[in-house]
Design a protein around this ligand. Structure first.
Ligand code: PEP
Ligand code: MN
Length: 337
């Protein structure tokens, strides 16, 4: 952290500030310039509330030089994190493909989609049971019955399952029943939920909030990791911008940015990013080319009659074609799918 003092700060005032920092456990280096004095402050600045220093009349500004996240930070963990889920590895050379319907609607639907996506090469089956809908009048999901059906589809196909959690009250049951717990965009900053998930060892897929910065997103990952659960993967699913042509705007630049800042795997969800199924293929290809560790795609056996997100859902045959077209892109990037 760097503290720039005002030119009029007297020697005594500077000494007082240095003493305050030292009393707070910091190492301080005093650099006296021609115009002003600059303090180099080293120590546990992550836990230090630097903003209050700026209240001092002799302080011009305080600048942080290190990121506020530690456990998620690549600086302290240079190697990529690889998370094992059943036979799948997320974050390694193989690109993980999460596929399935937005929501579980019936036994027939989830089992048939599960079999189709498995045959096409998906590694994880997705299916929402508790749905975060904008309108209280929209389908809210099959809830616990949906989780049961998802487990049945796992039993029949051997695919690990992922489903979205909405309440801290459900952590125990999700921990027992699913293989990966999804935290949706709307709950990215539900800190009580993140803290509860930090107490488990379950792999967590943390979606980026609708209007969250990359740093806020990594700080949410830090909440889970600080609690003791380091099995976190991030999911870019589009952010709010002024553009209305697509449902959200897929932030492809988040992929290399997250890779530089963090060691956690990054998954890209082109379905929720665009809301348009014809954009899923080009954006999935772009995400793989930009270095994503996985792709999440909504697949429905009858998109026209889907209870949720039909417009962005691809059919099983479209999904198969997407998988075939992603393969050479992955190969060109030195990866497999
Ligand atoms: C979902 O994956 O079904 C979902 C609701 O996603 P998001 O939280 O990204 O909107
Ligand atoms: Mn959806």
């Amino acid at each position: 952290m760097i503290v720039v003092l005002k030119p009029q700060a007297s020697k005594e005032e500077i000494e007082k500030i240095v003493l305050r920092l030292k009393n707070d456990g910091m190492d301080v280096q005093v650099n006296t310039g021609v115009e002003c004095t600059v303090l180099g402050v080293l120590g546990d600045t992550v836990h230090y509330d630097s903003a209050t220093l700026e209240l001092n009349a002799n302080v011009d500004k305080v600048m942080r030089v290190s990121e506020p996240f530690k456990k998620a930070n690549r600086k302290f963990h240079p190697n990529d994190t690889v998370i094992s889920v059943g036979n799948a590895k997320i974050g390694g050379n193989k690109i993980a493909v999460f596929a399935g319907p937005c929501s579980v609607e019936s036994e027939e639907q989830i089992v048939s989609v599960a079999q189709d996506v498995k045959n096409a090469g998906a590694s994880i089956l997705r299916g929402g049971a508790f749905k975060p809908r904008t309108s209280p009048y929209s389908f809210q999901g099959m809830e616990f019955e949906g989780l049961e059906l998802l487990m049945e589809a796992r039993e029949k196909t051997g695919l690990p399952i992922i489903s979205e959690i909405m309440s801290p009250k459900h952590v125990e049951i999700f921990d027992k029943e699913v293989d990966i717990i999804q935290v949706g965009a709307r709950n990215m900053q539900n800190f009580d939920l993140l803290k509860e998930l930090g107490k488990t060892k379950k792999p967590i897929l943390l979606k980026r909030g609708l209007s969250s910065t990359i740093e806020e997103w990594l700080m949410s990952a830090e909440y889970i990791m600080a609690g003791g659960n380091e099995n976190v993967m991030l999911c870019e699913r589009g952010i709010r911008t002024f553009e209305t042509y697509t449902r959200n705007t897929l932030d492809l630049s988040a992929i290399p940015a997250v890779k530089k800042l963090s060691h956690l795997p990054i998954i890209v969800d082109p379905s929720h990013a665009t809301g348009l199924r014809w954009m899923v293929l080009p954006l999935a290809m772009s995400a793989v080319a930009a270095g994503a560790d996985g792709i999440m795609i909504e697949v429905h056996n009858d998109p026209e009659h889907a209870k949720c997100d039909g417009a962005q859902s691809v059919t099983p045959s479209m999904f198969k074609e997407i998988m075939e077209k992603l393969s050479p892109v992955a190969k060109a990037c030195g990866r497999e799918i």
